[in-house]
Ligand binder design. Structure first.
Ligand SMILES: [Zn+2]
Length: 300
């Protein structure tokens, strides 16, 4: 009885954490949502990332992160800037993003056969020629180094940072263990190191908070890392979804010019994402949309 209750609680916590990555909560977690409005000033409108500014802003990023991708200027008091979507764009561009989640304690589950990867999804994105940004955890790159290298050396993709451990950077955050201060920063560095070790080269200095949870303290802790935090404006609801049509409908209903869509690259927790993508991509193209990576959205 106790064990089964614990198991249910653990599954609920995991579901919630993935929902916080955009799985089903409808909006990002409270902290992220609360910050989005107030932090809009750090978006492209207020702080355009010109090519020269970009180069200097990312001239000395973390090891493993190249310096060529556009980044946003830091927010007030040097806080890590936050990108949500490009509001001023009139052309129909959209960025599909995929969180490759794996927490630091899920190694035993992977060893017993649970699959946190989704090679079929990556293959479909290649076949359909959909440029995409993969927000990868360092733990995922360690578990699947060949795939991390394959994604990270394919110009169709760019790899962004989704932390090493998938722990929270703000508390509370769906029951995830919390990192703060130096631990938060070193966790991000550890993820970039894991990408580099796997041989990924198409990495960009963007960071997505696990669960989408952040506050000023988290933005301050990550300031030395010189990353741009990336949220989203369209929740696909693919975490633990069983119906690819429902996922596709949510995305198609939510996409606007300049949107960032959050989805997942893990069969274990998002089993219908590949099928949903096969429905989403042709329909958005029919509506005149062009798929771009986050770096292209941010650079305009
Ligand atoms: Zn996540």
């Amino acid at each position: 009885m106790t064990l089964s209750v614990r198991k249910v609680a653990a599954v609920a916590a995991l579901s919630a954490a993935l929902a916080g990555c955009g799985g089903g909560a409808g909006t990002p977690q409270d902290g992220g949502q609360a910050r989005m409005g107030t932090h809009a000033a750090s978006g492209p409108t207020a702080a355009p990332a010109s090519p020269s500014a970009s180069a200097s802003a990312s001239a000395s990023p973390l090891p493993g992160a190249p310096g060529r991708a556009p980044t946003l200027a830091p927010g007030p008091n040097g806080l890590t800037p936050v990108f949500e979507r490009t509001r001023q764009r009139a052309d129909k561009t959209v960025a599909l993003t995929f969180d490759a989640d794996m927490t630091s304690d899920q190694g035993p589950r992977a060893a017993s056969g649970e699959r946190f990867d989704n090679p079929e999804l990556i293959s479909t994105l290649r076949r359909l020629q959909v440029p995409s940004t993969v927000f990868m955890t360092g733990r995922w790159a360690e578990e699947y180094p060949d795939q991390a290298k394959s994604i990270g050396t394919d110009p169709n993709f760019e790899i962004a940072n989704h932390s090493y451990s998938h722990h929270a950077f703000k508390s509370p955050c769906y029951g995830l263990p919390t990192l703060d201060g130096d631990a938060a920063r070193s966790d991000v560095e550890q993820a970039f190191a894991a990408f580099r070790k796997a041989g990924a080269v198409n990495t960009v200095p963007y960071f997505r908070f696990p669960g989408g949870c952040y506050d000023d303290r988290a933005l301050r802790a990550l300031a030395p890392a010189k990353v741009t935090a990336v949220q989203w404006d369209v929740v696909s609801g693919d975490a633990f979804a069983k119906d690819p049509d429902a996922v596709a409908e949510d995305v198609l209903a939510g996409v606007k010019p300049g949107s960032v869509v959050v989805m997942h690259c893990t069969r274990s927790a998002a089993p219908v994402t590949e099928e949903a993508v096969r429905k989403i991509v042709p329909e958005l193209r029919k509506r005149g949309y062009r798929f771009v990576k986050v770096s292209e959205l941010m650079g305009k």
